[in-house]
Write a protein that binds this ligand. Structure first.
Ligand SMILES: Nc1ncnc2c1ncn2[C@@H]1O[C@H](COP(=O)(O)OP(=O)(O)O)[C@@H](O)[C@H]1O
Ligand SMILES: C=C(OP(=O)(O)O)C(=O)O
Ligand SMILES: [Mn+2]
Length: 531
């Protein structure tokens, strides 16, 4: 028998006082994780936990409650799937009843958004201690105990109860797993999955709805600042290099995944990073490697049974192994995570066709065209069911997280880029010398060299080669990169094989762009493939 759930804005009022662990410190959470057998201490001091079956996001199990106040704005479809208020209420009751029956519940209260003027109070209520440590490290922590209470806005709450499973025959879901957002009830329900990334990405999704109302552009990008105060943004879908390329010894990190751009500049939405650790090495990614220490959470990483040392080459649990750590675990950061307006924007694409040049300088129209197209690949692991690179057009380089129509974000970006005279580059961190299967992934050291040159302004007036089919201008020389690498047709074993594949991709671009028939004609004409 389910208990009747009384209405409240603070769900913790429905829980027993001595059940609730509120805002536990990192050491206390680590102790809880170990005591409860949820995780293992590793040789670096990080704790390691496993998710079981769900090692990546479950986009098909994500829903938005169909509610009168948001109905007309939401871009309904396969990303924003509607679910009824009745289904939400049923699952809410199931989750709350379950939490009420537990001996311990873990609550984090902090913020999303590093800018005090727009930050959103968030409360994360967890069945699992390790998820609460993840929330503590990924979201923005309170500096002192009481500021949260004085927040102007009502908090948004995540209720995470992985062991609660939906019943598709009565609960209106597709499977036992559910990630459901109700804007009216300011609540996100998560059940049936232990993948920690669902928490951070569902907060990102609601910020993609709430920030535009405050005239702030939410962006799926990483960000860092150079010694001169110059700001760079790196947009890209999962696995394209946002986290890796923003961790740079020469530049201070603002954030690795989610930012807002207001009239005052950019700010991080989060307080920590969520790095992929497959094949992580200290040589190639020293900042990230060294951030994995006491307080960090390793997800689905395999350990040596005796030494408890992480084996980052082991993908037996998943390709999508992760490390979550607070920004402060990176030595060179901006704290608080705010900076001025961007000088350079880099669109990261992992091209599985191996066709796009490794770096191109974009015109204004090309920037808009490529932002709307969002061409890239889904790489293995981050989404359930994706086991090898899969070409996709993910508008704004973040389609899974966008509740509003893409043109809302694109128009805001276009205005801001123009106002602040931003230089834009398209960087292919994906395949070269052939498509996925025959070619190989672009060397990280080359990509780093190209990004460095772009951020130092060395490519602004550089001599370029034009890619005939895509109209993309690629510098003929980049310090530290062999010239041949810069021209994909030369990197391929055969120029005709390249041409054929390139034409196939150009056609896909054109086909995909038809859905943007309402955008300014000059963008399609001047921004896309030329032939
Ligand atoms: N040329 C390259 N550029 C960027 N990352 C690369 C490159 N080659 C391999 N990688 C690897 O790809 C992954 C990029 O992942 P990550 O930076 O976490 O992406 P995101 O943050 O965009 O999801 C890392 O594991 C990185 O080591
Ligand atoms: C955590 C995710 O994003 P990213 O791979 O960009 O870090 C995700 O998409 O689940
Ligand atoms: Mn990332």
């Amino acid at each position: 028998m389910m208990n009747i759930i009384r209405k409240t804005t603070d769900v913790t009022e429905l829980l027993n006082r001595d059940q609730v662990h509120r805002n536990l410190s990192v050491p206390n959470l680590v102790e809880k994780i170990l005591e409860r057998g949820e995780g293992t201490l590793t040789s670096s001091g990080a704790v390691k936990a496993e998710t079981g079956t769900y090692t990546g996001r479950s986009p098909k199990d994500k829903y938005t409650v169909d509610e009168p106040s948001t109905r007309d704005q939401i871009d309904w479809g396969s990303v924003n799937q509607p679910i009824s208020s009745d289904s939400f209420d049923r699952l809410y009751a199931k989750v709350v009843n379950h939490l009420q029956d537990l001996d311990e519940v873990f609550v984090f209260e902090g913020f999303a958004g590093a800018d005090e003027a727009s930050r959103l109070p968030i409360r994360v209520v967890n069945e699992r201690a390790w998820h609460n440590l993840f929330a503590h490290q990924l979201f923005i922590r309170q500096a002192t105990g009481d500021q949260w209470e004085n927040g102007q806005e009502k908090p948004f709450t995540i209720l995470s109860a992985p062991s609660v499973k939906a019943d598709p025959s009565t609960d209106g879901t597709r499977s036992e797993t559910f990630i459901i957002v109700s804007f009216e009830k300011r609540t996100i329900l998560i059940g049936g999955t232990e993948y920690a990334g669902e928490m951070k990405k569902s907060i990102f999704s609601i910020m993609n709805y709430l920030l535009p109302q405050k005239d702030i552009l939410p962006m799926h990008c990483s960000a860092n600042v150079g010694p001169e105060g110059d700001v760079a943004l790196f947009f890209g879908l999962s696995g394209t290099g946002k986290t890796t390329l923003s961790a740079d010894a020469d530049r201070r990190l603002i954030g690795d995944d989610e930012h807002g751009w207001s009239d005052n500049g950019v700010f991080n939405i989060e307080g920590g990073c969520y790095a992929k650790c497959i094949q992580l090495s200290r040589e190639k990614e020293p900042q990230i490697f060294d951030a994995i220490r006491f307080g960090s959470v390793l997800e689905n990483v395999v350990l040596d049974a005796e030494t408890k040392e992480a084996d980052y080459n082991d993908s037996s649990l998943t390709e999508n192994t992760r490390a979550a750590y607070p920004l402060q675990a990176i030595s060179n950061i901006v704290d608080p995570s705010k900076a001025g307006h961007p000088n350079t924007i880099i669109f990261l694409t992992a091209d599985a066709f191996g066709v796009l040049p490794p770096i191109s300088k974009l015109t204004k129209e090309q920037a808009m065209y490529h932002f709307l197209s969002g061409y890239t690949s889904k790489l293995a692991g981050t989404e359930r069911g994706v086991t090898e690179p899969e070409a996709t057009f993910s508008t704004c380089f973040g389609s899974p997280f966008l509740p509003l129509r893409p043109t809302v974000y694109a128009e805001m970006l276009g205005k801001k880029m123009e106002e602040h005279e931003v230089e834009v580059f398209l960087v292919n961190t994906g395949w070269t010398g052939g498509a996925y299967g025959t070619g190989s992934r672009m060397k990280l050291s080359y990509t780093r060299a190209m990004v460095r040159a772009a951020l130092h302004g060395e490519l602004t007036n550089a001599e370029t080669n034009k890619n005939g089919l895509f109209g993309l201008e690629t510098p003929t020389h980049v310090p530290g990169v062999p010239d041949d690498v810069l021209i994909p047709r030369f990197a391929w074993p055969s120029e005709t094989a390249y041409e054929e594949k390139a034409r196939e991709l150009a056609n896909q671009f054109k086909e995909n762009f038809k859905k943007f028939s309402k955008v300014d004609e000059s963008i399609a004409k001047l921004g896309g493939p030329t032939a």
